[in-house]
Design a protein around this ligand. Sequence first.
Ligand code: PGA
Length: 236
Amino acid sequence: MKLIISNHKMNFTLEEIKIYVEQLETVQSKNNLLVFCPSFLYLPYFKGKNYSLGSQNVASQKMGALTGEVSVEQLKSSGVSYVIIGHSERRNLLKEDKDSIQKKISLCLENEITPILCIGEQLEEKNQKEKVLQEEIDSAFQEGQALDEIIIAYEPIWSIGTGIIPSKEDITSTFEWIKSYVKETYHANCKVIYGGSVNEENIRLLNQIQIIDGYLLGGASLEIEKLREIIKVVEG
Ligand code: PGA
């Protein structure tokens, strides 16, 4: 079973999302787990039985006075079971720091919500990729937590939204490194998924890489037909 997680980012108007949700009724996967992470606003519209619900962020504080934020309990009570944490857009554009990423992960784990921790290097960091990934893992993981529950999304930042993906060999060696680092350092077996320009064409190549536990889709998840094709290829 592979995970196919759709991150809608800040896309769709209310009218558009209603149509999207309607079309989703016709999208199914026998062997894979589909997760949709729409805008917070649209969570109540996603009530399908053939997929799970995720969000793109969560507040780093449990409850109370934090204007504009959405708490883990609010998400849980809205049917959310996955949360994307530390996406590069939030780290870089919205200045999300390591401390709040760590707090968000803890809150999710305490509330039995699966955190999807995004890690990845910038183009100019390619030759020190492992150092960057190690720092992002170390600053997010805490000993004593249910670390096996965390999903790591490896997303090279230079690949997001560019149409360019790393080579098969590159992805394989990076995934091997992540899995063995997490195993040796934290004794955890985390699922690791790939994100960055996954589309209905390159999915054929990506799907040949056994070590990948799933995909985090951005742009391709916005069009039902592209999503359907991706699911079909992963389904085999
Ligand atoms: P993309 O986005 O598929 O549009 O590159 C992926 C992501 O940001 O998670």
